[in-house]
Every structure is written in structure tokens, then in C-alpha cells.
Design a binder for this molecule. Structure first.
Ligand code: GAR
Length: 203
């Protein structure tokens, strides 16, 4: 199976990026991480990308652009020039413009630390914990214009324990993320899917 070039967009620690890079290196995920873009200059993810030898690693400063569309156009330009087939959001904490979502229509994926459609937004884990759910988890989904609202590609479930804190629950969810994200990318590339309304039908 030929490797698919992907761009990964990050804002923070980059542990999901590290899991994808590791899976690619081990032959478990047929992707070539060709570009990494961060909107935060101090994101540890940038170092992870550089240390792994990703050829194009960029901090794109939101302050250099007049609005969200101009920023997203600059990112789209980088991704296009590198000929990436997929845009993979891995802890990218910036809302994408409809320009960007439509430009890469059904080619942007995201991982969210909750079982969507419950607990959308930036505080998915703490919202789930405060609500009192007994199972939490993570979701890999296509990105649509609605935040955390695109079609669901895969989900993994983790139990919520009596003594869970935000940190312990997030840690357990992240352990699942590190398996689920590379597996889902693998499946997208090897199997492919069709769509029936919101439903992803794996081939
Ligand atoms: C991950 O847990 C991811 O699910 C979450 O941010 C974390 C990033 O960690 N994403 C969101 O909350 C998106 N709404 P990482 O930078 O170590 O991969």
C-alpha cells in the first residue's frame, strides 16, 4: 500500500502526533507525515516533529494575518504545495473557517476526547466527568463546519472510575487515542469508506 502524504495540525503537546509518527515508522500506519503546522510557537509538538525528521515544520502565527480566512489560506497553501492528501488535526485548538473545511472537503479528520455527539468543545473530558457519565472515550471524525459535528469514523470507550480526576481520565482516554488515531488513518487509506448521510460505511 502506497503511503499517503498527510499534514498534521497541532497546538499543544503533540502526543497524538508522536503516536502517528511512531505507527508510521513501525509500518503500522501507511502515512508520510510531510507537514506539521502549529498555531502556537511554544507547542512541544513542534519539537516532536523536528526530532522525528518531518521535512516541513511550521509555526504559522495568527497575528500575521488579518483574519481567520487569511490565516487558513496560508495554511492551505503550505498543505497544497506539499501535496498532502489528508489534513489530520491532533490537538489543534483553533476553529477552522468554512473556506478551509470546504477546500479540503471530507479530507480533514480530528480526534476529540469524548464520545460524540456528547461533550463537544474544548472541555470534553471535564464536561463528561462533571456530568457523571460511567463511560467516556474518544472519537475520530471528519471535520465539517459544525464544531465537533462531522461524520464519525471510529470511537473507543473507556470506563470512568470512582476516583477519577480530570488528569487520570484524560490520561486513560489518551492511551486509547494513541491506538485509535493511527488505526483509523490506516483504515481510511487501506479500506476507504463511503457515506450514507452521516453514516460512514467502511468498504
Ligand atoms: C487530545 O486529547 C485531543 O483529543 C484533544 O486535545 C488533546 C491533544 O493532545 N483535542 C481536543 O480537545 C479537540 N477539541 P496532544 O497534543 O498531546 O495530542
Amino acid at each position: 500500500m502506497a503511503h499517503h502524504a498527510i499534514a498534521v495540525m497541532v497546538s499543544g503537546r503533540g502526543t497524538n502526533l508522536a503516536a502517528i509518527l511512531e505507527a508510521a515508522k513501525n509500518g503500522e500506519c501507511p502515512v508520510d507525515v510531510r507537514v506539521v503546522i502549529s498555531n502556537k510557537i511554544d507547542a512541544p509538538a513542534l519539537r516532536i516533529a523536528r526530532d522525528a525528521g518531518v521535512s516541513s515544520v511550521f509555526f504559522v502565527n495568527p497575528k500575521d494575518y488579518k483574519d481567520r480566512i487569511a490565516y487558513d489560506k496560508a495554511c492551505a497553501d503550505i498543505i497544497e504545495k506539499a501535496d498532502c492528501q489528508w489534513v489530520v488535526l491532533a490537538g489543534y485548538m483553533r476553529i477552522l473557517s468554512s473556506f478551509f473545511v470546504n477546500y479540503f472537503f471530507n479530507r480533514i479528520v480530528n480526534i476529540h476526547p469524548a464520545l460524540l455527539p456528547a461533550f463537544t468543545g474544548v472541555d470534553g473530558v471535564s464536561d463528561a466527568l462533571a456530568y457523571g457519565v460511567k463511560v467516556a472515550g474518544c472519537t475520530v471524525h471528519l471535520v465539517s463546519e459544525e464544531v465537533d459535528g462531522g461524520a464519525i469514523l471510529s470511537q473507543a470507550v473507556v470506563p470512568v472510575l470512582n476516583d477519577d480526576s480530570l488528569e487520570s481520565l484524560h490520561q486513560r482516554i489518551q492511551k486509547e487515542e494513541y491506538k485509535l488515531y493511527p488505526q483509523t488513518l490506516h483504515r481510511m487509506i487501506e479500506q476507504g469508506f463511503s457515506m450514507d448521510g452521516r453514516r460512514i460505511i467502511w468498504r
